[in-house]
Design a protein around this ligand. Structure first.
Ligand code: PLP
Length: 415
């Protein structure tokens, strides 16, 4: 039987350091949301990202987004500008705070936040509400950097802080500088499917020790220093456990190997798809960009004919798709008013039948029913990519022969 190929599965270091650090945690009784692994993992991250930044490790990337918004003073009734083309964890925490996300569409080069549209949105929000948005959040979709210099310039000019959602872009760089270190705050995720994992976890990159201390305080229930529990502000239980941090420490020894592997897989896809008409591999727009290529993404021309596309979306999906075991809310309709083209769905099914996990690119937030009332500044770019795009496996378990099998399966599915 052929090997099942996943989008991006975690892989532990050959040296088995993750196991060693977990074992040490157990033997020294540091089985808590603090301890030597937590300190060492934070130090490893600080060294890796540079720029004199501080890092708080947390229970998830979503927690990091939530705390970054609090750090920027986001509260009830405020607005936050968020890249629309993203995973829901960028915008949901805005809602947790009773604030409103204002979605900004993408530019074609990077697929990330369009700086022109960003400025238009800022001007229009000020004109309409009399208030400035509280933060700007670009997202490194599939690891690809954003037009960070222009976004930072706009943020500075309007006096609005920038939060970089680099959850998918750990180790990606722009002009040599690691993503997450340009903005006022930066988000990293160590979920099981990201560049490195702690099983579940994330980090908040902070500008200095003072903000690090404050974020750490919020992440530990905002306790005042009395001998008894005394609370003057609302806090959260968001710290990373010393067990998870042990996995993170081990993973930091292979992060550069992982990035190199993702680059290698991307190059192989580019080569193998070179002569395939109707399929375009998404690549970085110029040399300032240095993507980690977390996932390789392709777009299918609308007129590309795929076997079985006349049967796309004929049945309602009720079980989990691929590895998405958390999807337990069954769909009630086979179609929605905004979905990938039939040829993309047929291609996903063909790959799935061949034990290859592929996934449509993320559906833009401004097309999500839950955000139907959120303001959006759109140019059609993310919606078009959503209809044509497909994510392909690229993780540390994907070997050259797997990439060949994936490309061959795709080629064989074209009519
Ligand atoms: C994964 C992800 C997050 C959140 O990370 P978790 O660790 O899964 O909570 C945030 N933003 C984006 C764009 C992501 O892909």
């Amino acid at each position: 039987m052929a090997k099942k190929i996943h989008l991006c599965l975690a892989r532990m270091s050959e040296a088995g350091l993750e196991k060693k650090y977990i074992q040490e945690a157990m033997e020294t009784k540091w089985v808590a949301p603090l301890g030597p692994n937590v300190d060492a993992f934070e130090a490893d991250l600080r060294n890796f990202i540079g720029q004199g930044k501080e890092v708080v490790v947390l229970s998830s990337g979503t927690a990091a987004v939530h705390l970054s918004l609090i750090a920027c003073g986001v509260g009830y009734g405020d607005e936050v500008i968020v890249q629309s083309f993203t995973f829901c964890a960028s915008s949901h925490p805005v809602m947790y705070l009773g604030a409103t996300p204002v979605f900004v569409d993408s530019e074609k080069g990077s697929w990330n936040m369009d700086p022109d549209l960003l400025e238009e949105a800022i001007k229009d929000r000020i004109a309409k509400t009399g208030k400035k948005p509280k933060a700007i959040m670009p997202v490194a979709l599939y690891g690809m950097p954003y037009e960070i210099e222009r976004i930072m310039e706009i943020g500075k000019r309007y006096g609005i802080p920038v939060i970089e959602d680099a959850a998918e872009g750990f180790g990606s760089r722009y002009k040599g500088q690691v993503l997450g270190t340009f903005g006022d705050y930066g988000i990293l995720s160590f979920n099981g499917n990201k560049m490195i994992t702690t099983s579940g976890g994330g980090a908040l990159i902070c500008p200095d020790r003072e903000s690090w201390t404050k974020m750490m305080w919020y992440a530990t229930q905002a306790r005042e220093s009395y001998p008894y529990y005394q609370h003057e502000e609302i806090g959260y239980n968001y710290r990373m456990s010393n067990i998870c941090a042990g996995i993170g420490r081990g993973q930091m020894t292979v992060v550069n190997d992982h990035i190199a592997h993702h680059h290698h897989v991307q190059k192989l896809y580019e080569e193998l798809f070179k002569d395939v008409k109707g399929i375009t591999v998404h690549v970085q727009p110029n040399d300032a960009y240095d993507s980690n290529y977390w996932l390789t993404t392709i777009t299918l021309d609308s007129d590309l004919k795929v076997k079985g596309q006349e049967n796309a979306y004929k049945t309602i999906v009720t079980g989990p798709i691929g590895g998405a075991l958390g999807v337990i809310h069954p769909a009630t309709t086979a179609v929605t008013d905004c979905q990938p083209n039939d040829n993309v769905e047929a291609m996903r099914v063909a790959l799935s039948d061949a034990d290859i996990e592929a996934r449509p690119v993320w559906k833009p937030m401004h097309k999500q029913p839950v955000y139907k009332n959120a303001p959006a500044y759109v140019n059609g770019v993310s919606e078009e990519i959503f209809k044509k795009g497909l994510c392909l496996p690229a993780g540390p378990w994907v070997e050259d022969e797997d990439v060949k099998r994936i490309v061959d399966t795709i080629k064989a599915s074209i009519v």
